[in-house]
Design a protein around this ligand. Structure first.
Ligand code: SF4
Length: 63
């Protein structure tokens, strides 16, 4: 699956980087995705991050 953060929407709360530091990192006050393509089976934390993001800035596309 593919993970994307919309920088226009992200408010830089840091929640996603806290939940899944393997995929998300904070840069200049916004979250960026370090590993864009994530094997779905091994990633439950980034799904959780996407659900808990307060502004729904994280988009997960099944590939
Ligand atoms: S949880 Fe959402 S708003 Fe917070 S840093 Fe991550 S993408 Fe940005």
């Amino acid at each position: 699956m593919k993970v994307h953060v919309d920088p226009e929407i992200c408010i830089g709360c840091g929640l996603c980087a806290g939940i899944c530091p393997v995929v998300f990192r904070m840069e200049d006050g916004k979250a960026v995705v370090i590993v864009e393509i994530v094997p779905a089976a091994s990633c439950t934390a980034c799904r959780q991050a996407s659900q808990e993001c307060p502004v729904q800035a994280i988009v997960i596309k099944e590939t």
